[in-house]
Design a protein around this ligand. Structure first.
Ligand SMILES: Cc1cc2nc3c(=O)[nH]c(=O)nc-3n(C[C@H](O)[C@H](O)[C@H](O)COP(=O)(O)O)c2cc1C
Ligand code: SF4
Ligand code: FES
Length: 578
């Protein structure tokens, strides 16, 4: 079947270990040829491993054992290193020798919380019978289209407001590619998947990059720009809310060379604000990144984009190329990296591991990524939306941003709202707005026939609150006393048709499936919690003890926050569990 590559003459007869030859596996010559063709002209660098796995998956629809052996050999990596990375990510289909490859078309149906309450499970139940065995139907975690739930993806073609008929039509038309922005082509149902956007020429014509140029060309002082950022009160919008200006200052104090890592993983169920801005105004955050890179004296910029955002990837590839072809000023190298389906890679140190071509397993801290981050260099890591605001804050002044806000809070928040409201979507509103105000002023009220019952104030991780607690200002810090947090400002609205216990099961199942498995309290705790809450009567003392262990002993925020929905139900919805 397959032949081991012939040894070089000088090695024959020796028992010397051949460096980089995968142990116990033989390289199939045809697979080697195919891998060499896919990697033609590309460096055999370890950090590009995930990119190369994507090339194989995109070209062949799966990762065969022969291709993985050939890739390991080509990259001089141990087979286990390639295998452990390939099997970590949901979007890679590793096919062992003798196993059948998956069907050519895969339909992923999101069954995270907003899609769950919009009927996703009916789709996953009905589709296999209708589409037949030549199409694979998988359930998937949030794909960042919660405002048009239930959402599905046919190949790489996202489908808002999915129905069995729409999915079947896309499959029949073999429409598996993401449509071009603003186009309705490749969508028999004429859904607009992503709108037309402000491209490089438009952005520059409207004054874009003038600010970055003035910084980089020396017209502004670094300390002044950092001071404006600090005074604006802008906090990181990826979830943790660390003050942006302070982060710039602390990374700038670390030794050069420094790197920047931009987090566009957006995996928190209910969150889709980064996609919203990327699909409309992609250069705004790039300009913010260039300004931050100048202020902190960053050598290179890495962007990590979740794999689900195929349309955004096409936009970014095109627009970064346009920027680099005709730069307004000197640019640092900009690298765009593709995730591969793993919620945990949004956690900052896991993301760095993934950019380095490894499994996305969070690192133990200290050291923090600001000190020892990407490729062991001090790293400024930011959520994409945090950088989106840099230009406007510097142009309009710190006071402009700080003077926004309500109920004693400062700034603006891009709320991703989904669930039982008339107008779900990204709503830019004052920080500190309450959920009741958000529903009334921005979301057109509740859906007809639905009464407000409960809400998630911060995606899957931020806990669950009853409607009676709908007057709490939504912002960083304001929800902590209730065992909740705002995180990435993903608000999911439930009505009297929903149950907090049902939501908690969905959320814990998500955490259990997305735990990286590295630490026991999280790996075992999420699975155990799920079993306990699936019972009719909850063992509350045991659930409390388990939650405490998870919060105290998990390495990262996933395991620490995973018990929040369960604790919220016990505290605020006792009527549902007794
Ligand atoms: C489990 C987990 C998932 C996360 N997912 C994301 C994400 O998808 N996007 C993001 O920007 N931050 C995410 N974060 C927060 C990041 O760790 C980090 O705080 C953030 O990227 C820093 O940027 P910022 O200061 O601009 O918010 C996540 C954190 C945890 C614990
Ligand atoms: S808490 Fe969970 S996700 Fe985080 S490192 Fe531990 S096992 Fe992995
Ligand atoms: S797309 Fe389904 S919950 Fe987000």
């Amino acid at each position: 079947m397959s032949d081991r590559a012939p040894s070089k003459p000088q090695e024959q007869g020796k028992r010397a270990r051949v460096r980089g030859t995968p142990k116990g596996r033989q390289v199939d010559p045809k697979a080697r040829e195919e891998i060499q063709a896919l990697l033609k002209g590309s460096p055999r660098r370890r950090d590009l491993l995930i990119e190369y796995l994507h090339r194989i998956q995109d070209r062949y629809g799966h990762l065969s054992a022969a291709h993985l052996v050939a890739l390991a050999d080509e990259m001089k990596l141990a087979m286990t290193e390639v295998y452990e990375v390939a099997t970590f990510y949901h979007h890679f289909d590793v096919v062992k020798e003798g196993e059948a490859a998956p069907p050519a078309i895969t339909v992923r149906v999101c069954d995270s919380i907003a899609c769950d309450i919009a009927g996703a499970h009916e789709l996953t139940a009905k589709l296999p019978g209708i589409l037949g065995k030549d199409v694979r139907v998988l359930h998937a975690p949030c794909i960042g289209r919660c405002e048009s739930a239930p959402a599905a993806v046919v190949g790489q073609n996202p489908l808002p407001h999915a129905t069995v008929e729409k999915i079947a039509a896309l499959v029949k038309a073999r429409a598996v590619k993401h449509p071009a922005p603003g186009s309705r082509e490749s969508h028999p149902h004429k859904d607009i998947v992503s709108p037309a956007y402000v491209d490089y020429a438009d952005y520059r014509a409207k004054g874009g990059y003038a600010l970055a140029k003035s910084c980089i060309d020396g017209a502004k002082k670094r300390a002044d720009v950092i001071a404006v950022m600090e005074n604006s009160g802008l906090r990181g919008l990826g979830g943790a809310g660390f003050p942006a200006g302070r982060k710039w200052k602390s990374v700038a104090a670390e030794p050069a060379p420094r790197l920047m890592a931009i987090n566009i993983d957006e995996g928190e169920p209910g969150t889709f604000k980064d996609r919203f801005y990327l699909e409309r105004d992609p250069h705004r955050f790039v300009e913010g990144a260039l300004i931050a890179a100048w202020a902190v004296d960053i050598a290179e910029i890495y962007m990590y984009l979740r794999d689900e955002y195929h349309g955004c990837r096409a936009i970014l590839e095109k627009e970064i190329a346009a920027l680099q072809a005709n730069p307004p000023c000197k640019l640092p190298p900009i690298h765009l990296r593709r995730g591969a389906g793993a919620y945990i890679c949004g956690e900052e140190s896991a993301m760095i591991e993934s950019i380095e071509g490894k499994r996305g397993m969070p690192r133990l801290r200290p050291p923090y990524v600001a000190q020892v981050g990407l490729f062991s260099r001090p790293t400024l890591e930011h959520n994409m939306e945090t950088l989106h605001w840099v230009r406007e804050i510097l142009e309009r002044g710190a006071d402009w941003f700080a003077s926004q806000g309500r109920n004693g809070r400062k700034g603006l928040r891009s709320f991703s709202v989904s669930g039982r409201v008339k107008k779900p979507g990204v709503h830019l509103a004052p920080a500190g707005i309450t959920v009741k105000e958000l529903i009334a002023e921005h979301c057109g009220g509740m859906l007809d026939g639905h009464a407000f019952y409960a809400y998630l104030p911060g995606g899957a991780s931020g806990g669950i609150l009853p409607a009676a607690m709908g007057d709490i200002p939504l912002d960083f810090d304001t929800l902590n006393q209730y065992g909740c947090f705002i995180g990435s400002a993903a608000i999911v609205i439930f009505s009297d048709e929903d149950r907090a216990t049902t939501a908690a099961k969905n959320l814990i199942k998500f955490f259990s499936e997305e735990s990286c498995g590295q630490c026991t309290p999280c790996r075992v705790g999420t699975a155990k919690a799920l079993k306990l809450i699936e019972k009719k009567k909850w063992d509350q003392p045991l659930l409390k003890e388990l939650s405490q262990a998870m919060m105290d002993a998990s390495i990262c925020g996933l395991g620490q926050a995973a018990p929040n929905p369960v604790l919220s139900v016990m505290k605020y919805f006792p009527n549902e569990i007794t």
